[in-house]
Design a protein around this ligand. Structure first.
Ligand SMILES: *[C@@H]1O[C@H](CO)[C@@H](O)[C@H](O)[C@H]1NC(C)=O
Ligand SMILES: *[C@@H]1O[C@H](CO)[C@@H](O)[C@H](O)[C@H]1NC(C)=O
Ligand SMILES: *[C@@H]1O[C@H](CO)[C@@H](O)[C@H](O)[C@H]1NC(C)=O
Ligand SMILES: *[C@@H]1O[C@H](CO)[C@@H](O)[C@H](O)[C@H]1NC(C)=O
Ligand SMILES: *[C@@H]1O[C@H](CO)[C@@H](O)[C@H](O)[C@H]1NC(C)=O
Ligand SMILES: *[C@@H]1O[C@H](CO)[C@@H](O)[C@H](O)[C@H]1NC(C)=O
Ligand SMILES: *[C@@H]1O[C@H](CO)[C@@H](O)[C@H](O)[C@H]1NC(C)=O
Ligand SMILES: *[C@@H]1O[C@H](CO)[C@@H](O)[C@H](O)[C@H]1NC(C)=O
Ligand SMILES: *[C@@H]1O[C@H](CO)[C@@H](O)[C@H](O)[C@H]1NC(C)=O
Ligand SMILES: *[C@@H]1O[C@H](CO)[C@@H](O)[C@H](O)[C@H]1NC(C)=O
Ligand SMILES: *[C@@H]1O[C@H](CO)[C@@H](O)[C@H](O)[C@H]1NC(C)=O
Length: 545
């Protein structure tokens, strides 16, 4: 199941993305022309500006009032796949409240019962054909995989297949039927308002994504996309989209700057501007999401929200993937989470939630293909973070993020004598202030060598500025992001609060920002819209010359 566009030579031969020449041209226009476009702003006819502003602030009524969430995908191609109970323990410890599964695994759904965690389940691709051809098969699937688990398990959505159009195009003709049959079974069980039905798309079905205003769905799929969008609209569901700035970045051959892909802040005069709409783009993620809004608008659907079902960055790759690094993965995912939880929305729909599932919880070492394929995870199979996200102040997701707050603790199950020796060394030659551990001191209890060594190790580690190699003690110490402080015993590096409940600073979506007083819709004025684009393009061309 290729959930991610594969990087194999085969897929590069297939022009999933826009064919090379026009892509580069567009990318260079989009990312390389910026100062000039901005300076052409005042020369634009003011009526067209007004039109753009009113067009682009139109509300997506169905989602504008909701806060965005960040969830995590759980792929299971892991050699030592943790048991469902262990997976759920990790989710709880990390305060992950939304997950997406690639199937509807009974054991996993049972383990998730009673946790309150919101679950998107999937109909596996190989079942689409059968379900899309028989409403009875669909009803059976729902009975077996959904009805037996709700309400104990909070299933909130069903993704009917994953990237069906691009991975199993032979099932495309029955895809919409599959969604409709699953939905009908939910209606019969009166679960349709609680459980949304959709199907996750690869963003490669969207062509000409740069600039976003020119994007459209690959016309080959119009016979599927039009009824599909109609279904999503009438059932008040949402478009599920997989968004991988990583792939757009590497396939752009440096036309897209790494900083744009990683949400790194750039000076305003370096932002990409969509010359048709004058919207400023500070990152590739927003551009891809807006491209999807524009592609839907191109088919006259303007009120379907988007949920990003996959996004992420690999922490490791082959020598031909030099940007798959822990630092870049950390930067991308940390910035993505902050961006999503801030309810920033996109330039086209500011303040409209774009909830996003990170790809993915575990490194899937058993996946085939490039090294990067195995390294998209936030955790290894032991639940140890691959890197510690930088999320300060951004919300309550991923409890162990403590930015620079790390602690040095005694390893579990190590030789007590070695701990004692290390403790003696730390409080002696190591010059750690061990006074908190004397009888009557705040860290005297619990009075055992593990607790005392932990305190001494942490004190030494922080005394040394958390430098590399200062938390080892001949292998009996390890770094953790969990604050070991307890009661009145505040460990060095902690300010008393253990970072478990970072109080979110997410802003509520400004539901009034869209009330521009205009009742124009893109629907009604799309020809004017296109004409104006043309005028703006022309005027920009003049400026660029
Ligand atoms: C559109 O989709 C079809 C079917 O998958 C594919 O053959 C074609 O190359 C795609 N067009 C572009 C421009 O990617
Ligand atoms: C289930 O999820 C829905 C949607 O997020 C939420 O409104 C509801 O309160 C949840 N129910 C439980 C029992 O957690
Ligand atoms: C399947 O569709 C037929 C025809 O619309 C309908 O009579 C039947 O009740 C449906 N069966 C199920 C299980 O929904
Ligand atoms: C969208 O609406 C416009 C104007 O009503 C119409 O001309 C066009 O054919 C529609 N497009 C589609 C794909 O339905
Ligand atoms: C959060 O949203 C506000 C207003 O919507 C915006 O000004 C700010 O730049 C956003 N911050 C981030 C980190 O996206
Ligand atoms: C974290 O550490 C880095 C490098 O040591 C520093 O630049 C940054 O300001 C620190 N962040 C916080 C929130 O303390
Ligand atoms: C993350 O936090 C949980 C709960 O506080 C803890 O059990 C786990 O050990 C922590 N992981 C790391 C690597 O610190
Ligand atoms: C850390 O957070 C947990 C969970 O709320 C709490 O039980 C514990 O007492 C906290 N520790 C400190 C030192 O605040
Ligand atoms: C810890 O202290 C820093 C600096 O004083 C503060 O910014 C941060 O909010 C504190 N952390 C928590 C979790 O209270
Ligand atoms: C977060 O902060 C708000 C406002 O300061 C407060 O009302 C709320 O109780 C806090 N939530 C938590 C979980 O601390
Ligand atoms: C939004 O608009 C309504 C009606 O105009 C008003 O009652 C409400 O206070 C406004 N809310 C905000 C947050 O401005």
């Amino acid at each position: 199941m290729a959930r991610i566009p594969s990087l194999s030579l085969d897929s590069l031969k297939e022009p999933f993305y826009v064919p090379p020449t026009p892509l580069f041209l567009c990318l260079h226009l989009f990312f390389g022309s910026l100062g000039q476009v901005t300076s052409s702003y005042p020369s634009m006819a003011s009526w067209s500006l007004m039109l753009f502003i009113s067009l682009h602030l139109l509300p997506l009524a169905t989602s504008a009032s909701q806060d965005a969430f960040v969830g995590v995908n759980i792929g299971t191609a892991v050699t030592d796949m943790p048991s469902p109970t262990q997976v759920v323990a990790l989710l709880k410890a990390q305060q992950i409240r939304h997950v997406r599964l690639y199937d509807a695994d009974q054991a996993m759904l049972t383990a998730l019962a009673g946790t309150g965690i919101r679950v998107t389940v999937s109909v596996p691709n190989q079942q689409i054909l059968a379900i899309g051809q028989s409403n009875a098969t669909a009803a059976n699937w729902v009975a077996r995989n959904i009805l037996t688990h709700v309400p104990a398990t909070n299933i909130t959505a069903i993704s009917v297949g994953s990237q069906v159009l691009t991975t199993i195009p032979n099932a495309a003709p029955v895809l919409v039927s599959a969604l409709e049959y699953i939905h009908a079974a939910l209606v019969a069980a009166r679960l349709d308002s609680r459980i949304k039905v959709s199907t996750a798309h690869s963003s490669s079905i969207i062509l000409d994504s740069f600039p976003p205003s020119q994007a459209f769905f690959n016309r080959t799929w119009d016979p599927v996309m039009i009824p599909l969008l109609k279904f999503l609209q009438t059932s008040e569901s949402y478009l599920m989209l997989n968004v991988y700035p990583y792939y757009d970045y590497i396939q752009s051959h440096d036309a897209i700057p790494l900083d744009y892909a990683l949400f790194r802040p750039l000076p305003p005069n370096k932002e990409a501007v969509d010359s048709n709409t004058l919207l400023h783009y500070t990152n590739v993620f927003d551009a891809l999401v807006d491209a999807a809004y524009f592609a839907m608008a191109d088919l006259n659907f303007t009120n379907i929200p988007i949920v990003v079902t996959e996004s992420g960055w690999p922490s490791k790759g082959d020598s031909n993937e030099p940007d798959a690094t822990p630092d870049n993965a950390n930067t991308y995912n940390s910035n993505l989470i902050k961006h999503v939880l801030n309810n920033t929305g996109t330039p086209k729909h500011p303040g409209v939630a774009v909830s996003t599932f990170i790809y993915e919880l575990y490194n899937e070492d058993a996946r085939t293909g490039a090294v990067s394929e195995k390294n998209w995870g936030l955790f290894d199979s032991n639940g140890r973070p691959i890197y510690v996200l930088h999320l300060t102040g951004s919300g309550t997701m991923l409890a162990n993020d403590t930015t620079n707050q790390t602690y040095c603790v005694a390893k579990e199950g190590v030789d007590k004598k070695m701990l004692q020796a290390a403790l003696d060394w730390a409080c002696g030659p190591g010059k750690v202030d061990c006074s908190a551990m004397v009888q009557g001191g705040p860290c005297y209890e619990p009075d055992n060598v593990v607790a005392h060594a932990t305190y001494a190790f942490d004190a030494y580690y922080h005394k040394m500025g958390m430098a590399d190699g200062t938390c080892d003690f001949k292998g009996v110490a390890t770094i953790t992001t969990t604050d070991p402080s307890h009661g009145g015993c505040i460990f060095p590096g902690s300010n008393g609060s253990n970072g478990t409940f970072i109080n979110g600073t997410s802003l509520a979506p400004s539901s009034n920002s869209s009330s521009s007083g205009s009742s124009l819709t893109i629907h009604a004025s799309s020809s004017i819209f296109r004409m104006t684009i043309f005028v703006v393009l022309l005027s920009n061309a003049v400026v660029l010359l």
